[in-house]
Design a protein around this ligand. Structure first.
Ligand code: NI
Length: 183
């Protein structure tokens, strides 16, 4: 296992369309995923897409832990809002319900910044795991946001391109001014 170098905004690998994985069980994919997980955890990220480590393949890893979800949710609601550490190859997303939700996003390829992005609040995603088994889940809240953010990376899209108002692209060190306003 190894911690991989993360590409930063402006590197062409982040702007292109990634290729599907032909053989999910291939040893090089298994190795890539192990390194991506180690890199993501080391960098304290919630998700990572293969192009971010200079590999233009349709591979993402992510997690939506309970502490990132709305504390007001019931036990049953929390199910769609959370996800364990997940490996997803060749993912597809469809919008599953009406409504958009705004939230502050960060990205390991855009270090030091935060941006306010509105995205569909309720999605279904599908893909395959490392054994090639199909995986299909409904996602809401932070879970829906992290999956959409990571899958955007596979299509060469970084979150600032999803922003409606670039005044809401800010340095982390200034986030306190915005959080104050939300209270
Ligand atoms: Ni990102």
């Amino acid at each position: 296992m190894a911690i991989l170098k993360i590409a930063r905004m402006g590197h062409p690998v982040l702007a292109g369309k990634a290729e599907p994985v032909a053989d999910p069980a291939a040893p090089e994919i298994r190795r890539l995923v192990a390194d991506m997980i180690e890199t993501m955890l080391d960098a304290n990220g919630a998700g990572l897409a293969a192009p971010q480590v200079h590999v233009p393949r349709r591979v993402v890893v992510f997690q939506a832990p309970e502490e990132r979800s709305d504390p007001g949710l019931s036990e049953a609601e929390r199910f769609d809002h959370t996800a364990p550490l997940t490996v997803l190859l060749n993912p597809e997303i469809e919008v599953a319900g009406p409504g958009v939700e705004g939230g502050w996003e960060g990205c390991l390829s855009v270090p030091g910044l935060r941006g306010y992005v509105e995205r569909p609040a309720h999605i279904r995603y599908r893909g395959v795991d490392l054994e090639g088994r199909p995986l299909s889940r409904v996602a809401r809240g932070f879970h829906a946001r992290v999956v959409q953010h990571e899958v955007d990376h596979l299509d060469g899209i970084l979150y600032p391109q999803r922003m409606a108002d670039l005044k809401q692209l800010i340095f982390e060190s200034e986030a306190r001014h915005w959080l104050k306003e939300e209270e």
